[in-house]
Design a protein around this ligand. Structure first.
Ligand SMILES: Cc1cc2nc3c(=O)[nH]c(=O)nc-3n(C[C@H](O)[C@H](O)[C@H](O)COP(=O)(O)OP(=O)(O)OC[C@H]3O[C@@H](n4cnc5c(N)ncnc54)[C@H](O)[C@@H]3O)c2cc1C
Ligand code: SF4
Length: 463
């Protein structure tokens, strides 16, 4: 295969028109020849900057050089030393601002497609039945992990590799956190990818108990005092949606993006044979400009709706990944930028019939460094829609903090924990991921799960 060292080997994708009507994965990934060709572009830097951009410190040049040689098993072993979820990360990590953002090749040309190579290796390992290796014999100590998202799975996997007896308690009926209930099938297949990587974590000896809401079914104090756990890790995420507080927000047909996506992903509302279908709007407004907004919009499109994204700043400030915005546009999502909702209009039966918006212009930069959107007086107008999906961010659910003695939280309801060990204000209790930072990314949650596993190990060794 011909390689231009300055350019990425292009990755195959489903055609935009076709994929807008199905839930199959958009990106088809590399095959072995393409992966080896892309890996040959890496110059195997001695002081590899890409590794500095990876929150879980994968030996990136190490695994890429194995891909270049066609030794995919060895490449998987290198990755799985640092990451429990490579097939997930290869698909959803914002590589452009992490490893690939730091890649030396990116200075004069295009960076190495590190994410696509990681995905190829992980998928190859799954197809060939290869599992991560367990390092240590059992040490007889028990750790409880709350939440089975990327933070909880990573913390649990790392502790199991060190010999701990780990049980994950998950509130929902399926493990995976946002990976199963939030990110849609067309970006992250549930059976083919997420379930397989969760199986790998279980193969390390981790037990997962679903339908257990810590704070209701059992408290953290009971886990320690009555169930005999030596330490607890909280990875309960940030699942509480925010709303605008505008008139009409309680009308029928207004969803939070979390509810809409959960119904589609977890309750299989996208499947016509599902017993729990979702209301499919003819014309849907999604309010917000982040990755979650793009996922909600692209899901609604696939369910058959005309979809408008309403965002108060301009395209330049859209917080979603460039790739997601590009895909959304290709599929036919309409972007109403510099536009802000002021009211949701209801019909006589209390159902949404429109969304009243006002035009915005950009003023001086605000505390976030982005130019502040300012209303243009008298520019109100109405978009006729029958469904509104609010995607304005989320915060941690206060259930755990309000039922655990001595666990401190900040003004945003986030649990206070140290960055390097995940230690909280309560002895033996650690935390990480979105529950600590507020809504962030998969890889940051995994990094926090990893740091906490190390912190818990040091704490229990010293006891
Ligand atoms: C729609 C959507 C798309 C996203 N897209 C991307 C993306 O493309 N790339 C990216 O990097 N990030 C993305 N993110 C963000 C990313 O998914 C999160 O930052 C990450 O999942 C946080 O991991 P976590 O383990 O901290 O929490 P979660 O993944 O939220 O997992 C927390 C788990 O804890 C469980 N839980 C909560 N309370 C309790 C309790 N009391 N008892 C027991 N269990 C409990 C929850 O049910 C959940 O399963 C997206 C988020 C959303 C919502
Ligand atoms: S910085 Fe880029 S070229 Fe250098 S080792 Fe990392 S991936 Fe390879």
């Amino acid at each position: 295969m011909e390689v231009d060292v300055m350019k990425k080997i292009p990755v195959r994708e489903q055609d935009a028109k076709e994929r807008a009507t199905n839930f199959e994965e958009v990106c088809l990934g590399y095959n072995a020849d393409e992966a080896m060709a892309e890996a040959s572009r890496c110059i195997n830097c001695k002081n590899a900057q890409c590794v500095k951009g990876c929150p879980v410190n994968i030996d990136i040049p190490g695994f890429i050089s194995k891909v270049k040689d066609g030794d995919f098993k060895e490449a998987y072993d290198v990755i799985s030393k640092s990451s429990a979820l490579p097939a997930v990360c290869g698909r959803v990590c914002p590589q452009e601002s992490q490893c690939e953002g730091k890649c030396i090749r990116g200075i004069k040309g295009e960076p190495i497609s590190i994410g696509k190579l990681e995905r190829f290796v992980a998928d190859w390992a799954t197809e060939n039945g290869i599992k991560p290796a367990v390092d240590a014999p059992s040490n007889g100590k028990k750790v409880a992990v709350i939440g089975s998202g990327p933070a909880g799975l990573t913390c649990a996997g790392d502790l199991a590799k060190m010999g701990y007896d780990v049980t994950i308690y998950e509130a929902l009926h399926q493990p995976g956190g946002v990976l199963v209930y939030g990110i849609p099938e067309f970006r992250l297949p549930k059976e083919k990818v997420v379930a397989k990587e969760i199986e790998n974590v279980k193969s390390l000896g981790v037990k997962i108990e679903t339908n257990v809401i810590v704070g209701k079914s059992i408290t953290i104090d009971e886990l320690i005092e009555e169930e005999g756990f030596d330490a607890v890790f909280i990875g309960s995420g940030a699942g509480l949606p925010k709303f605008m507080g505008i008139k009409g927000e309680t009308a029928n047909g207004v969803f939070s993006a979390n509810e809409y996506l959960t119904r589609s992903n977890l309750m299989k509302a996208f499947d016509s044979k599902s017993t729990t279908p979702i209301k499919v709007g003819k014309k849907v407004a999604v309010v917000g400009g982040g990755n979650v907004a793009m996922d909600a919009a692209r899901t609604a499109l696939r369910l058959g709706s005309e979809v408008h994204i309403i965002y108060r700043r301009s395209e330049e400030e859209l917080p979603a990944r460039v790739e997601e915005v590009h895909h959304a546009k290709e599929e036919g999502i309409i972007f109403d930028l510099l536009t802000n909702p002021v009211e949701i209009i209801e019909d006589e039966n209390g159902w949404v019939s429109g969304i009243k918006c006002i035009r915005m212009e950009l003023g001086e930069p605000d505390a976030s460094g982005r130019r502040r959107p300012v209303e243009v007086k008298g520019s109100e107008f109405v978009i006729d829609v029958d469904t509104v999906i609010m995607s304005l961010g989320t915060s941690p659910n206060p259930l755990i903090s309000s039922t655990t003695k001595g666990l401190e939280i900040n003004n945003h309801k986030c649990i206070i924990a140290t960055e390097d060990t995940g230690a909280t204000s309560k002895e033996g209790v650690y935390a990480g991921g979105d529950a600590v930072t507020g809504a962030a990314t998969v890889i940051l949650a995994m990094g926090a799960g990893k740091a906490a596993a190390k912190g818990i190990d040091e704490y229990l060794q010293s006891k």
